[in-house]
Design a protein around this ligand. Structure first.
Ligand code: HEM
Length: 417
């Protein structure tokens, strides 16, 4: 007992020292062993080259830091555009050129169509019933086809043009007023408002009310589910929820579920009947397909209908995908222009010359503004909102460019060039 008390009283620093010493002295041995085991497992198969993983954490430390996509790009110049990493217990491949990205996402698109099964997504009742985290199959195809044709088609996007124009007009007027009176504005807050209003109207039907910040609540829930979770890399740690993420995610989803229930109920009220010409939002579109069987279903074991739960999940996926990407690009764009006055002046000159200063830039003007186009592309290059795309995962063993990639390997496509 006394000994146990003594052990318990050893300060944490000393324990860490022992672990570190253990790792330092044993790492060459462990590395050798891991390499031998790997070679035995795959025999003569050629695995993608990559930096040696450390014991336990593998190459996970390489994803930390301010610009992980830049450090991985630097490593790719040494190991090539198909580079293997070990993220904790998870085998991963980093793809670092557009040619190779095409092989993964076009030539072998079906093999890499799945997303990893993240622990937090698994504890949420319907996270995998939406759009982004469902496995490839009939439902996957059906939902993408439905959204692409009825919600994200060019004509549909155009129909919402006046909404975007109106929201931008409000922003420009607020800025003008603040500028005239010399007031300070929080541009991030204003941008947030514009993006949230547009996403809310297009996806959820403009159901924002004083009680709920709908987009914010949904985004918080999705953000919480996508947080960096140690359990995804060391599955045993998932049992203990050391970061408290399971608790916060469940809570955030409960609130988001309440919001989604209210939005769907509102859409189903007879009083909400809209004129046949009204611009349908995503919930309207999905409700009009609820419980209809898919015309192209092959797999009879698979869930074949879009039910209420799917509608909630799809709308939440779409909100999360639309909101943060647009907001961050808008914010970085303004921030880069303010930091680069020469670029700002050139851009202002282009707009003055080609559109004039007496009216707002319309979406139809965009084709004749090449410098603006370049500025937007440069902003996306410098600050990609999804720097490794959303993670993909191989659903079977596959060989690409002579490299063997095992089933369940996580694929990170590094868009930084
Ligand atoms: C600046 C704006 C945006 C950027 C940079 C952006 C970028 C991306 C990227 C990199 C992915 C991951 C692709 C992959 O993993 O293969 C993605 C997925 C997705 N985005 Fe966007 N996005 C933007 C705006 C939007 C908007 C406005 C919407 C909806 C209205 C949207 C809906 C989606 C959806 C649904 C997915 C998942 C696709 C799938 O799993 O098949 N995005 N986006």
């Amino acid at each position: 007992m006394q000994m146990l008390l003594q052990i318990l009283s050893i300060p944490t620093a000393a324990i860490l020292l022992v672990i570190l010493t253990f790792i330092i002295f044993l790492s060459p041995l462990l590395l050798n062993l891991a390499e031998k085991l790997q070679q035995n497992k795959w025999g003569s198969k050629k695995l993608p080259p990559g930096p040696k993983p450390l014991p336990i954490i593998g190459n996970l430390h390489m994803l930390f830091g301010k610009h992980p996509n830049r450090s991985l790009e630097a490593l790719a110049t040494k190991y090539g555009p198909i580079m293997s990493l070990k993220l904790g217990q998870v085998p991963a491949v980093v793809v670092s050129s557009s040619e190779v990205a095409q092989l993964f996402l076009k030539t072998h698109d079906i093999v890499f169509a799945n997303r990893p099964k993240l622990q937090l997504a698994e504890i949420i009742p319907y996270a995998r019933k939406g759009f982004i985290f469902t496995d490839y199959g009939d439902y996957w195809r059906h939902v993408r086809k439905l959204c692409a044709m009825q919600f994200l088609s060019a004509s549909k996007i155009e129909m919402f043009g006046p909404l975007r124009n109106k929201e931008l007009g409000v922003l420009v007027n607020t800025l003008k007023k603040a500028s005239n009176s010399g007031d300070v504005v929080d541009l991030s807050e204003l941008i947030d408002e514009v993006v949230a209003n547009i996403a809310d109207t297009m996806i959820l039907g403009g159901s924002k009310d004083d009680k709920f910040d709908t987009t914010g609540i949904i985004f918080e829930a999705m953000h919480s589910a996508g947080a960096f979770n140690l359990g995804d890399y060391f599955p045993i740690l998932g049992l203990f929820d050391l970061q408290g993420l399971q608790r916060t995610t469940k809570k955030a989803f409960q609130l988001a579920d309440e919001v989604m229930e209210k939005i769907i109920n509102d859409h189903q009220q007879p009083s909400s009947a809209k004129s046949p010409n009204h611009n349908k939002d995503l919930i309207d579109i999905l409700l009009s397909h609820m419980n209809q069987s898919m015309e192209d279903s092959h797999d009879h074991h698979e869930q074949r209908l879009i039910g209420r739960t799917n509608i909630k999940a799809i709308a939440m996926d779409m909100t999360a995908a639309a909101y943060d990407t647009s907001k961050s690009t808008f914010e970085w764009g303004m921030s880069e222009l303010l930091k680069n006055p020469t670029t700002m002046k050139k851009l202002q000159k282009e707009i003055e010359d080609l559109v004039g200063i007496n009216r707002q830039v319309e979406e139809e003007d965009l084709d004749k503004l090449p410098y603006l186009d370049m500025v937007v592309k440069e902003i996306l290059r410098l600050h990609p909102p999804v720097p490794f795309l959303l993670p993909h995962e191989s659903s079977e063993d596959v060989t690409i460019n002579g490299y063997f990639i095992e089933k369940n390997t996580r694929i990170l496509v590094n868009v930084w060039q």
